[in-house]
Write a protein that binds this ligand. Structure first.
Ligand code: MRU
Length: 337
C-alpha cells in the first residue's frame, strides 16, 4: 500500500483525503504554498502525517533555495493543535546548516521511522486492550481517523485494530462518523473496508447509547497533543466519549507516537485549540442548512483530562508517573463480560 505522504521527483506526494472514499487520488505538492493549503484543507491530516508534512515542507523549501526559516514558520502555523507539525518542521530545520540534501535526508528518515513507531505503539496498546478487556472477540469503538491515512503508514488507534484483527480477535469496530468533516465515516470506514474488518458507522451521538447497551469493550483513539500530565487533545467529541466511557466502565485507551507528547505543557489548559470555518457547520455539501444569521462554535479538538484515560500508549509503552508528570491513572471500571 502506498504511503499517505511521501517524496517523489522533487515533490511532496499525498493521498488526497478530501476526495476519499469517492475517489482515491494522489496530489503532487510542488511549493510551500500548495503544502500549507493542503494542510489547512485537511487534504493531508492526522498528527503523525502532519509531522511528515512539516519535515517535507522544510525540505521542499530548502531544495528550492527559498527563505527556509520563513517557510518553516508558515508551515508550523498552518494548524495549531497537533504538536507533530512543528516537531517535524524543527527536526528538518535542525539540518539546515548542512545543506538541502541533509534536510531532505532528515525528513525522509522521519518518514521511514513513522510506520515502525506506530506499529510498536499500537502493539503495546493491543496488549493493554487484551489485559483490560475479558471478552473475545472484541467490540471496539473509535473516533475520527487514526489509521494509515493519519500517519505515513500503519496508524495508531486503528493500528491496534490491525494487530488484533490479524489474530482474529475483532468482532466489530463502531466508527463515530465524526462531525463535521466526517473523518470517521469517510476515512476510517474506508480503511476498515479495505482491510475487511467488520464495522458499523454510527452518529457521534450514538456512542454513549452503544456503551449503555453493552456494545463496546474498549474505546481507542489517537491524539494531537498530549500534555506532561497526560491530558489529551484529540478530535472534538473525544472528551464526551471519555466521560461516557468512564460512566459505563469502558476502558479508554489513547495511542500515539511519542512525537505527540508535548512535555513543555504542564497540562491540557495550554493546548491551542483550532477553531474552523463556520461553513463546516452552516452548510452540508455546499447547501446552507442553518438560518443565514446562525452563529457557530466549531472547535476542531477538545482536551480529555488525564484521569478519564485508562492508558496513554506510545512506542515506549504505557506512559506512567515519572514519564508523564502526574501520571496516567486507570479509572475504576468494570471488565467486559
Ligand atoms: O482534524 P484532523 O482530521 O487532523 O484530526 C485528527 C485527529 O484528531 C486524530 O485523531 C489525531 O490526529 C490522531 S491521528 C493518528
Amino acid at each position: 500500500m502506498r504511503r499517505t505522504i511521501d517524496w517523489a521527483d522533487g515533490a511532496i506526494v499525498i493521498v488526497d483525503q478530501t476526495a476519499l472514499p469517492r475517489d482515491y487520488r494522489v496530489l503532487e505538492l510542488r511549493s510551500v504554498g500548495e503544502l500549507v493549503d493542503a494542510v489547512k484543507r485537511l487534504a493531508v491530516r492526522g498528527a503523525p502525517a502532519l509531522g511528515a508534512a512539516g519535515a517535507l515542507g522544510v525540505a521542499l523549501s530548502a531544495q528550492h533555495r527559498g527563505d527556509v526559516r520563513a517557510d518553516a514558520d508558515l508551515i508550523a502555523h498552518a494548524r495549531p493543535t497537533a504538536v507533530n507539525l512543528a516537531w517535524g518542521v524543527e527536526r528538518a530545520l535542525s539540518k539546515l546548516d548542512q545543506g538541502p540534501d541533509a534536510v531532505l535526508a532528515e525528513a525522509l528518515a522521519l518518514l521511514d521511522e513513522d510506520e515502525h513507531l506506530n506499529k510498536t505503539a499500537s502493539k503495546h496498546a493491543a496488549d493493554v486492550v487484551l489485559a483490560e478487556c475479558a471478552r473475545r472477540p472484541l467490540r471496539l469503538l473509535t473516533h475520527c481517523n487514526a489509521g494509515r491515512l493519519a500517519t505515513v503508514g500503519w496508524g495508531s488507534a486503528l493500528g491496534v485494530v490491525w494487530h488484533l484483527h490479524e489474530r482474529g480477535l475483532v468482532e466489530e469496530v463502531l466508527v463515530d462518523e465524526t462531525r463535521p468533516l466526517l473523518q470517521g465515516a469517510r476515512l476510517t470506514a474506508w480503511e476498515l473496508d479495505q482491510a475487511e474488518v467488520p464495522y458499523r458507522v454510527q452518529p457521534d451521538g450514538a456512542a454513549a447509547a452503544a456503551m449503555a447497551r453493552g456494545m463496546v469493550d474498549c474505546v481507542l483513539v489517537g491524539a494531537d497533543r498530549i500534555a506532561a500530565n497526560g491530558d489529551v487533545a484529540n478530535k472534538i467529541g473525544t472528551y464526551g466519549l471519555a466521560i461516557a466511557a468512564r460512566h459505563h466502565g469502558v476502558p479508554f485507551v489513547v495511542v500515539a507516537p511519542s512525537s505527540t507528547v508535548d512535555s513543555t505543557l504542564a497540562d491540557g489548559a495550554g493546548i491551542a485549540i483550532e477553531e474552523r470555518d463556520a461553513r463546516e457547520l452552516t452548510e452540508y455539501g455546499g447547501v446552507p442548512i442553518t438560518p443565514v444569521a446562525a452563529r457557530v462554535f466549531n472547535p476542531a479538538f477538545d482536551v480529555t483530562p488525564h484521569d478519564l484515560v485508562t492508558a496513554v500508549v506510545t512506542e515506549h509503552g504505557v506512559l506512567r508517573d515519572g514519564v508523564l508528570r502526574g501520571g496516567v491513572r486507570s479509572p475504576g471500571r468494570r471488565r467486559s463480560p
